[in-house]
Ligand binder design. Structure first.
Ligand code: FAD
Ligand code: NAD
Length: 404
């Protein structure tokens, strides 16, 4: 008898957790499972602010996919998905194609620039390992350039970060820690360097606990970060950015602009013609795309409504990792034709935002955490992610143990 073909697109948190759970649920004779990913490694997206600032090496934030999945049960294909043909139940890859009976779309996030002029051309984004490495290399390059030009251009040493959401805050915190090292390395006085975080909303970390936000902003300002709150980036140019606060327009010249002010799902969702909002699919309670009973969507490509506030849950690794087991369960029920489909109900434990390797803020199980205890918790969360994907061995290899 022909085995049903299950194809998982993307080996981020959602894809990895689906694949690892399917391995436990289904025997080799029950289905043919294929995991497709652009690279042969999984990267911890939640560590990319550190890679971008250069406070950790990029290899620390990635591991080989075939070291953690069971290749006897899951076939791994390293390739780039270029299209999904829903009617024909086929996925087009750069170097071939795959047929499926059940599809899991777990292609993650892309930067959302909201059509702001010049951002795509002139700003960096923290989107994957390679874009993070580019930011790190660029920062090193501008610092190295500074003393080698006949006329010193101080604006080269200005770094602007768009957005004071969790990504923007975590990234400026890493930058603030890296700046003293960079200054030493490239013989540059610290006062020449500016790190500016621009946020359109009336506060940093909009919606988060105000006491924790104040703690974060104060700590970062102490390390030299400048905040421009209630100020929107309107344009990005070769020279820097144009911002607006009320009716005031200002140009900020900068050598580095990093856009961390929003995410969307994969462009492939739109290309495939799946109903979406900013490339995110409002899935049914079983995590399926509307009207497509054999197409599951997990992670940042999915949109799950929180019924308590009738708004989507924020796209997080926490949600993506929890969707994996539900998605795997539901596919195994459909493959076997027996059992009950499960509804996805996120069990959110809280949020912890790092402020460099030694400081953080968090709201965990409804309790506020600051400083060392929050930072400890963040490392526990980071290590737990590794544990869930690769067990204790992976934690020992890549984990974070510099607790204090
Ligand atoms: P991703 O992790 O984005 O993985 C997608 C995978 O698909 C990647 O392996 C990619 O290479 C692959 N892929 C993409 N396109 C293709 C293609 N065309 N063909 C083949 N493969 C492809 N969330 C939290 O809960 N806690 C945190 O502390 C946290 N910190 C964060 C810090 C930063 C700096 C950022 C940027 C985000 C953070 N998030 C955090 C959010 C979290 O990273 C995302 O919600 C999460 O990564 C989504 O997981 P995913 O599985 O949907 O996709
Ligand atoms: P976000 O959408 O959460 O925040 C973007 C910020 O940019 C917002 O504060 C918004 O007001 C601001 N902004 C938008 N347009 C702007 C403009 N033109 N000028 C200036 N500011 C502008 O995006 P994010 O921070 O990248 O987070 C994406 C997802 O990842 C979220 O769900 C977040 O919770 C998650 N995340 C979680 C953590 C954590 O838990 N530690 C860390 C990073 C990201």
């Amino acid at each position: 008898m022909r085995k049903p073909k299950i194809v998982i697109l993307g080996a981020g948190y959602g894809g990895m957790m689906t694949a690892l759970n399917l391995q436990k649920k289904l025997g080799v004779n029950e289905a043919e499972v294929t995991l497709v990913n652009k690279n042969d490694y999984h990267y911890e997206s939640t560590w990319l602010h550190e890679v971008s600032a250069g406070t950790i090496h990029h290899d620390r934030a990635r591991f080989k996919i075939t070291n953690t999945i069971n290749t006897n049960k899951t076939k791994f294909v390293q390739d780039t998905v270029t299209d999904i043909k829903l009617e024909e139940q086929r996925v087009i890859l750069e170097n071939g194609e795959l047929e499926y009976d059940y599809l899991v779309v777990a292609l993650g996030y892309e930067s959302e620039t909201f059509g702001i002029k010049g951002l795509k051309e002139h700003a960096f984004s923290i989107a994957n390992i390679n874009s993070a490495r580019l930011i790190r290399e660029h920062i090193d390059f501008v610092f190295a350039t500074y003393n080698n030009e006949p006329e010193k251009r101080d604006e080269l040493l200005t770094m602007v970060v768009g957005g004071a959401g969790f990504t923007g805050i975590e990234f400026v915190a890493e930058l603030a820690n890296r700046v003293p090292q960079l200054c030493k390395e490239y013989d540059i006085p610290r006062e020449k360097v500016r790190v500016i975080c621009v946020e359109a909303a009336p506060t940093a970390l909009p919606g988060f606990d105000p006491e924790l936000v104040e703690y974060a902003v104060t700590q970062l300002e102490r390390k030299g970060v400048e905040f421009k709150i209630g100020t929107a980036i309107k344009e990005c140019t070769e020279e820097g950015i144009i911002v607006a606060k009320d009716d005031q327009i200002e140009e900020i010249k900068a050598g580095t602009v990093v856009w961390a002010a929003g995410v969307r799902g994969s462009y492939l969702i739109e290309k495939a013609g799946i109903e979406n909002m900013r490339a995110r699919v409002k899935v049914d309670p079983q995590l399926r795309a509307p009207g497509l009973d054999n197409v599951f969507v997990v992670g940042d490509c999915s949109l799950v409504i929180n019924p308590e506030i009738d708004r989507p849950y924020p796209p997080t690794a926490q949600v993506a990792m929890q969707q994996g087991p539900t998605c795997a369960h539901n596919i195994s029920v459909l493959v076997r034709g027996q059992g009950e489909l499960q509804e996805f109900k996120p069990d959110l434990k809280g949020t912890v935002c790092s402020l460099g390797h030694d400081d953080a803020i968090g709201m965990v199980f409804g309790k506020k955490l600051f400083g060392t205890s929050a930072s400890f918790m963040k490392k526990v969360i980071d290590n737990r992610s590794l544990f869930m994907q690769g067990g204790a061995g992976l934690v020992m290899k890549k984990g974070k143990f510099n607790f204090f």
